[in-house]
Design a protein around this ligand. Structure first.
Ligand code: ADP
Length: 394
């Protein structure tokens, strides 16, 4: 009888899920990919099979499915029908924060869940939902093994000196340090390098994860040595709705001079800034690229500028650069953004092959380019599934 694994990524108003089948031999195969969106509003479940064919498209009236536990009941029902006769052997979760302690995934116990709850203040918009999904699974399947995979874990190898802020030392001891995020995406890319780009697998690589959230990670010998993200996922590059790093004096100014409350500042920094705030049009790069409005252009140019700046900084951390890798929604799909970033980075030795970039080739640079550039699709769900299987087999 075949076995399946469930992978969950619970956000504030959404629940993404994937089901992986364990083949007799070879790589895990995604059999279902789906999400419930609009939790708390008018929820909508959509699921496709591994080949992209629609399996389910369900809309509920508002108030019918309001939280993760109810969404999971609906997902569980779908899976029971779809995988009748197959055994669910475990659930892997994306958990945004593992603190300084966790440099590897963790088999979750009730005691471990309490320690993870201690990181809620460090990631108040993500961690509570991640943990709610773990509790909700226990309600449905009390003995099912569950594994927490942390977005911070891959960054625990970054240079110790780079983990500090220039604050009094006791703040570091109290946990105010650079953690880094998007670690599951970077780990996936690092693990694929030996097979898809062996010539750079042991080199100095900056990976640009450019999606709704965006960050850069400096990798050497497939281990993280630095990240553009810090204490929270607000730091570093400008993103869809987040500003990236800003002068902390701006927050003081908004509090003291403009009279904003902490909740208003949180809303401003997480939901109203970035591409959306600067353009006044959208946080969706496709819409900005299609727009003729000057502020759409401004937002794109600033997005590229900030990446170029941070690329220079992480190249300094690495002591040089062998390759730049693009991944996630914008990195994998936007020909124009990749072109602009590579052209800004010509000084580093990136000699872009325009035609290869247009056709979406894996390798974007010309033969002989001192620094190579690549597009490698990320797969955080597969990374979580692999970790979950590994821990279940121990
Ligand atoms: P997340 O998983 O964090 O929601 P994604 O990795 O899916 O984010 O990336 C979302 C971003 O990718 C959006 O800004 C979207 O506009 C952008 N994107 C997706 N496809 C394209 C495309 N063909 N051209 C430009 N941008 C794209």
């Amino acid at each position: 009888m075949a076995n399946i694994l469930l992978v969950l990524n619970a956000g504030s108003s959404s629940l993404k899920f994937s089901v992986f089948q364990l083949p007799e031999q070879g790589e895990l195969q995604a059999a279902v990919v789906g999400q419930v969106e609009g939790l708390g509003g008018t929820p909508h479940l959509k699921a496709k099979d591994g080949d992209g064919r629609l399996l389910a498209d369900i809309r509920w009236d508002s108030g019918q499915v309001t939280n993760h536990a109810q969404a999971l009941m609906a997902v569980d029902q779908l899976l029971r029908e779809r995988f009748a006769g197959q055994t669910l052997i475990g659930v892997g979760h994306r958990v945004v924060h593992g603190g300084a302690e966790h440099s590897a995934p963790l088999r979750v116990t009730p005691e471990a869940l309490d320690t993870l709850a201690a990181f809620i203040p460090l990631a108040p918009l993500h961690q509570p939902h991640n943990l709610a999904a773990i509790r909700a699974i226990w309600e449905i399947h009390p003995t099912l093994p569950q594994v927490a995979c942390f977005d911070t874990a891959f960054h625990r190898t970054q240079q110790p000196v780079g983990e500090y802020y220039g604050l009094p030392y006791e703040y570091y001891q109290r946990g105010i340090r650079r953690y880094g995020f998007h670690g599951l995406s970077y780990e996936y890319i690092a693990t694929t390098l030996p097979s898809v780009a062996p010539e750079i697998a042991d080199g100095r690589v900056v990976v640009a994860h450019l999606g709704s959230g965006a960050s850069l990670c400096a990798i050497h010998h497939r281990r993280c040595v630095g990240s553009s993200m810090g204490f929270t996922a607000l730091d570093g590059l400008m993103m869809g709705t987040r500003p990236g790093n800003i002068d902390p004096g701006i927050v003081l100014y908004l509090l003291q001079q403009e009279g904003l409350t902490p909740a208003q500042i949180e809303d401003l920094l997480y939901k109203r800034s970035g591409l959306l705030g600067l353009s006044g049009i959208s946080n969706d790069m496709r819409q900005l690229e299609a727009s003729a409005a000057p502020r759409a252009r401004l937002a794109i140019d600033h997005f590229v500028y900030r990446i170029s700046r941070e690329l220079g900084a992480l190249t300094a951390v690495l002591g040089g650069l062998d390759a730049l890798v693009f991944t996630a929604g914008i990195g994998e799909n936007s020909v124009a953004i990749r072109r602009q970033i590579c052209q800004h980075a010509a000084w580093l030795g990136i000699d872009l092959d325009l035609e290869a970039n247009e056709r979406g080739a894996t390798r974007l640079t010309r033969t002989g380019s001192r620094v190579s550039a690549w597009v490698l699709p990320t797969n955080e769900e597969l990374m979580i599934a692999r970790h979950t299987l590994n821990l279940l087999e121990i």
